[in-house]
Design a binder for this molecule. Structure first.
Ligand SMILES: C[S@@+](CC[C@H](N)C(=O)[O-])C[C@H]1O[C@@H](n2cnc3c(N)ncnc32)[C@H](O)[C@@H]1O
Length: 207
């Protein structure tokens, strides 16, 4: 499905979200803390927008997505931002990361974990590759509310993703999944009248 929409994904995203998606990705950066030299893996990176925001802050970023048609568009965006942008893009599955244990300061996923066959498997890979104290930052769309914001969201969302992946737990339920996966200091913040939600958690420090 993503291979089919890759060429129009960025434009569709910008138009349908009226640019708010940029604000949501910036909230991830704000939550990440000190990023100069930090090692960041951005899973389900798509065409690389979040990866490149991290790279702009001086982080060393690996963006991974299993849809070649999406991730192959990222290097041109990197080049357009100037030389030596510290971001590397690879094709890879968020459930099986070819990264060593305890090797990353931040593991992030924006609007992608709902598409992964096993969100639990993805969370456990994020936990494995994070160093103790490292942060997981996850952006997702919670179930839409009944009000006008919820209606607008439904319109946006139905254009971007197939209905088969509409089902996603409420923020407090997903926060419990993060705790069950082994994260601590778990929390979340609803944004834009509950249209998007930023989840976070840390890998426990070694005792
Ligand atoms: C809605 S897009 C989000 C892209 C990007 N993170 C953004 O914020 O624009 C979801 C992405 O998840 C990717 N994806 C789905 N399942 C995946 C998996 N198991 N491993 C890696 N990427 C996956 C798709 O290829 C797609 O590019």
């Amino acid at each position: 499905m993503f291979a089919r929409i890759a060429g129009t994904y960025d434009g569709l995203n910008k138009t349908l979200s009226m640019g708010i998606d940029r604000r949501w990705r910036k909230a991830v950066i704000a939550r990440a803390g000190q990023l100069k030299g930090a090692r960041v893996v951005d899973l389900c990176c798509g065409t690389g927008d979040l990866s490149l925001l991290f790279a702009k802050q001086g982080a060393q970023v690996i963006g991974a997505d299993f849809t070649h048609e999406m991730v192959k568009l990222a290097p041109a965006k990197r080049s357009a931002m100037g030389p030596d942008m510290p971001a590397l893009f690879v094709q890879g599955d968020a459930q099986y990361l070819p990264l060593p244990d305890d090797s990353m300061d931040v593991a992030t996923v924006a609007f992608g974990i709902r598409n992964v066959e096993s969100a639990e498997r993805c969370l456990s890979e994020m936990l494995r590759v994070l160093r103790p104290g490292g942060k997981a930052l996850i952006l997702e769309f919670p179930p839409p509310s009944r009000g006008p914001a919820g209606q607008a969201f439904r319109l946006y969302f139905n254009q971007i993703l197939p209905r088969s992946v509409m089902a996603w737990p409420k923020p407090d339920v997903f926060a419990d999944k993060m705790r069950a996966a082994g994260f601590e200091d778990v929390g979340y913040k609803s944004m834009s009248a509950g249209i998007a939600c930023l989840h976070w958690g840390s890998k426990p420090k070694a005792s």
